[in-house]
Design a protein around this ligand. Sequence first.
Ligand code: HAM
Length: 417
Amino acid sequence: MFRVPRGAFDVVPPRSEVLLAVRDALAGPVRHAGYGYIETPVFEETALFVRGVGESTDVVTKEMYSFTTRGGDELTLRPEGTAPVLRAVLENRLHEHGLPVKVWYSGPYFRYERPQRGRYRHFSQVGAEVIGTDDPASDAETIVLAMDAYRSLGLTGVRLLLNSLGSPRSRLPYRDALQAFLRGLDLDDDTRRRVEQNPLRVLDDKRPEVQAALREAPVISDFLSADDVRHHDGVRSLLADAGVPFVDAPRLVRGLDYYSRTLYEFVHDGLGAQSAVGGGGRYDGLSEMIGGPRLSGVGFALGVERTLLAVEAEDVPVPVARELDVFAVALGTAAGRRLFALVTELRRAGFAADLAPAGRGLKGAMKAADRSGARWAIIAGDRDLAAGVVQLKDLRTGEQRAVPWDAVLPAVTSLPK
Ligand code: HAM
């Protein structure tokens, strides 16, 4: 027997219905806010991620599914959506028809990570990007829409962590100060190398002894320029106006190198180690990094599976797709043919209807009807066929009455749901 590859998973009914509902809910607020839907391929040129996400990030050095095609192209299964979406916006010249460009997306992403609860090698995100604006209102808008998505699911345990990484000009002296501080610590060889290559990443080290050593580390907020501070204060006051509470997290960094200024993460305490249910931020230099014009941007991606885990941890009921209205049971071949036509007609009329598989006895078929969750059963055997009727049964009360064949559709249409 084959098994699903390590780090990947199947989602099967009935949980899959909840997953669908979660995905729809996460996309609801951005769709309602006028963002256009964008779809890009699941693979891109490897260099897009190396340049966009950052050469020394874990994502690029350890986690990419990269391959050479038969034709010799170097491709990678997308580990994230921002660089591809920006590539597509530039390539399709969406930025030439008025700014900002606001788009949302949803789909699978791939990272070769060590699998654990909430951390998979194949997972899905719902994301949104606002491209071509420096306005702090755009940063705040993305945060409010993401928070509204979690709230629409009834989640109460999602916390927002907020930081500003400043613009590259303020980050440079901070990088130097942080590096000087880190060089004075007793660190292992790997971490020392990181100090030289990408010192901000060290702040993200989860080991308690490293976190303890970092307590005295310089913080970026002491290095922000007046413009950075004005931008950050703008975001913070708009969030306060929108009733979105946040926690200032001056040591928050994220695993992708393209961020500048606003940086945020949504965390949930019911998930264990992988507590980030979503994250995002501003990426003002990314367009130039991937060969485009100067174009700022801000956005987020929300993890669908982790949000599902949060929904399950809080035990909030998620309304799933409607169950069946009608379940049809045919006893005999002739009745089966007639009911097949009737069920087709009912489905076309907008009813959720199903038909029991042929060849089952009445008892087994009625069990299937009960299990289906349908409100009504339509039962027909050869005798009913001869009499020109079907039996219409209310599966909640058990009441049953005969209805002429040609009156079934009007009868079902007038039934209370
Ligand atoms: P990210 O923080 O890498 O950001 O991913 C966003 C979310 O995807 C995470 O908060 C988490 O919920 C989910 N996620 C990431 N990796 C995994 C995994 N291995 N297994 C399960 N869930 C996972 C980005 O991807 C950026 N592109 C977000 C962004 C958009 N920034 C600006 N615009």
